[in-house]
Design a protein. Structure first.
Length: 486
């Protein structure tokens, strides 16, 4: 198989070729390996290879696997492979190995996906760009001087550049949707409790974090979720799954829906004209498709929200560092943890149990207000970010932070519409909407009530059929590499 052929295919296409015997899984994997070796020099999305895992997966494929032989990258935070390093984008975690397979890794493997390598993440996954001292700068294939977004930036860069059709990702405050906006991909954050977080955790980051994938096609995202969804033994909570598959939902026409539209930044910053125009154009498309679109402002007190988020965010960074520190001294931690995260860690050390429980109560109250808002609306449409992909070094954590509250306001003015769904647990997605005048991807954001993942897949499938985005190809892509994979 030539790379020029490989880059045109999504996971479904590749699995069908593998299943038919027209192309072997080894040939597909060789294409991915060739693309990784060549493009990682320019984009830096790779932490390291997972050769033993790849070989085992290739040896255990069968025709019943929905993604038979499809290569995938595993984000280097949030889901680990037994015995394989998982270093969280941090010098503090250098050499750290995972004790057992994450449940979602087992399910990805059972679906026939072949984990080729670990992808880059900012330190602890705690940034809206993928730049770290430990692994370097991950660059956007649309413009290597621009950010990929974060924290699943390595995953998004690789999928956008056609290195792999699917990459594992996680989302704590927008970490699937932010990079897919910046890189021109489909990014779906499932409802809390749809995908497992075990076997190593009951919840991650106080329930803010979920795992899924970034993809080019809606059908790949939906079918991967079908393969991974459902609780695992001992899980703290599991969200009921719909009677029909997510893949079926993506093919089913969505009934007339009430769509709320908001383009105002709830954290007080500007929204660029390019993303505002794209959102309003999407509202028009939805209206012409028969949906009822109404401009509405969702409930949010930014000061209260940031106050609670500052406590929960800081407490979780503190907890993460303390789990990793081993025999490290305070001076070791200051030296090894990036300055912005170190400031958040120090803030976390000051938080009392009462403050943390109070902040969690506040987040629950916000979730209830948002649920009440959705009693009158089926879907909320907003921009994904307040701008297109920013310059590198805009949001990196290798900088001093004097005040954590001010720091979070800065982050959420950039990503003002994503974190709310992590707090509430609702499903949400980034839909690609073409390119800006300077050639950067633009996305819009849809969210729905808790557990209504199928509603969003139905809408995403319809939008993809009306305005396909799969062929959006960045200047830096695997198809530019000469010849067939060897």
């Amino acid at each position: 198989m030539k790379l020029s052929e490989y880059i045109k295919l999504d996971g479904h296409d590749l699995a069908a070729l593998c299943r038919s015997g027209e192309v072997s899984a080894s040939e597909i994997f060789d294409c991915a390996r060739s693309a990784i070796k060549s493009l990682n020099k320019r984009l830096n999305f790779l932490v390291d290879w997972t050769p033993a895992e790849s070989a085992r997966a290739l040896d255990n494929l069968n025709d019943n696997m929905p993604f038979m032989g499809v290569p995938i990258l595993l984000k280097d935070v949030g889901a680990g492979i037994a015995g394989v390093p998982q270093e969280l984008g941090s010098r503090l975690a250098k050499g750290r190995r995972t004790g057992e397979d994450a449940e979602i890794v087992r399910r990805l493997r059972a679906a026939g996906l072949v984990i080729a390598a670990r992808s880059t993440t900012p330190e602890f996954g705690a940034s809206f760009t993928t730049e770290s001292i430990a692994t370097g700068i991950t660059r956007n294939p649309w413009n290597p001087e621009k950010s990929t977004g974060g924290s699943s930036g390595g995953a998004a860069a690789a999928v956008a550049a056609r290195v792999v059709p699917i990459a594992h990702a996680g989302d704590s405050a927008g970490s699937i949707r932010i990079p897919t906006h910046c890189c021109g991909l489909f990014g779906f954050k499932p409802s809390r409790g749809i995908n497992p977080v075990g076997a190593h955790a009951g919840e991650i980051n106080s329930g803010l974090t979920v795992s899924h994938v970034v993809t080019r096609s809606v059908r790949d995202s939906a079918a991967v979720l079908d393969a991974t969804a459902g609780g695992d033994p001992g899980c703290r909570y599991a969200t009921a799954l719909p009677a029909r598959s997510f893949a079926d939902a993506a093919l089913t026409k969505l009934p007339q829906s009430r769509i709320a539209l908001c383009t105002t930044n709830p954290f007080g910053g500007p929204v660029s004209s390019v993303v505002k125009d794209a959102t309003e154009k999407m509202a028009q498309i939805c209206s012409e498709a028969g949906h009822i679109v109404e401009e509405v402002t969702p409930p949010l007190s930014p000061e209260e929200f940031i106050s609670d988020m500052e406590i929960v965010w800081s407490a979780n960074i503190y907890h993460a560092v303390e789990k990793l520190r081993g025999n490290a001294t305070a001076s070791d931690i200051e030296r090894l943890v990036e300055p912005a995260n170190h400031a958040v860690y120090l803030r976390g050390a000051q938080i009392s149990a009462g403050e943390l429980l109070g902040a969690l109560d506040g987040m629950n109250l916000y979730s209830r207000r948002l649920a009440a808002f959705f009693s009158n609306h089926d879907i909320l449409l907003t921009p994904t970010l307040s701008q297109v992909a920013p310059d590198l070094a805009t949001f990196d954590t290798d900088r001093e932070v004097a005040n954590v509250t001010d720091y979070l306001f800065e982050l959420f003015r950039f990503a003002p519409f994503t974190v709310q769904c992590n707090v509430s647990g609702q499903p949400a997605m980034n839909i690609p909407c073409g390119l800006s005048s300077d050639g950067l991807p633009v996305g819009v954001h849809f969210s729905a009530p808790y557990g209504e993942d199928s509603t969003l897949f139905g809408l995403a499938g319809a939008l993809e059929r009306m305005a396909p985005w799969r062929d959006l190809l960045p200047p830096i892509n695997a198809g530019n590499l000469e010849g067939a994979a060897q």
